[in-house]
Design a protein around this ligand. Structure first.
Ligand SMILES: [Fe+2]
Ligand SMILES: [Fe+2]
Length: 165
């Protein structure tokens, strides 16, 4: 498997663990009225930064390259970059709400846990779609030269002056 796909899969596993930390704290909050909101805040900040700045752009490069190599296969993922934008917006909105409650020292009401389930359910669904469909399609379509070009494009994207998604 290409290094980049291994890294993306590790990111997904890492994201799943971090999401679980947040959900666990909301469960604890429901149970006892208390939780480690400092941990919730730092996980949300991490998710917002890492996935927007590092993870999603790599996947966008893969889809763009797939469009050049196998346009038919790429058609199925034409909406992936928009989905990244939507997921980021939903996570930002959720984090904003949770940060507000934490800063006001308000115990998040139960509907916040439902909100978390909906936002993170969408994240999990998205990651599954990539693991089951996008990564295998890339694996089938790309040879060593393609992965080299992808690495270079990712490097160029991330070192572009002023790069920040
Ligand atoms: Fe993605
Ligand atoms: Fe992903």
């Amino acid at each position: 498997m290409a290094d980049i796909l291994s890294t993306l899969l590790e990111d997904h596993a890492d994201m799943a663990r971090r999401i679980e930390i947040i959900e666990q704290q909301f469960r604890e909050c429901r149970r006892s009225g208390q939780a480690d909101f400092g941990a919730v805040k730092s996980v949300l900040n991490y998710l917002l930064n890492y996935y927007n700045v590092v993870h999603h752009p790599k996947e966008d490069v893969i889809v763009r390259h797939l469009r050049r190599v196998d346009p038919c296969a790429a058609d199925r993922f034409a909406d992936l970059d928009e989905e990244h934008e939507r997921l980021s917006a939903r996570t930002r909105e959720f984090a904003g709400g949770v940060f507000f409650l934490i800063d006001e020292a308000t115990v998040p009401p139960p509907w916040v846990a439902q909100w978390a389930m909906s936002v993170f359910g969408a994240q999990r669904h998205h990651a599954r779609r990539e693991e089951e469909l996008l990564f295998p399609a890339a694996q089938d379509a790309f040879g060593a030269r393609d992965w080299e070009l992808i690495d270079r494009e990712i490097e160029a994207t991330m070192t572009r002056p002023g790069y920040k998604r």
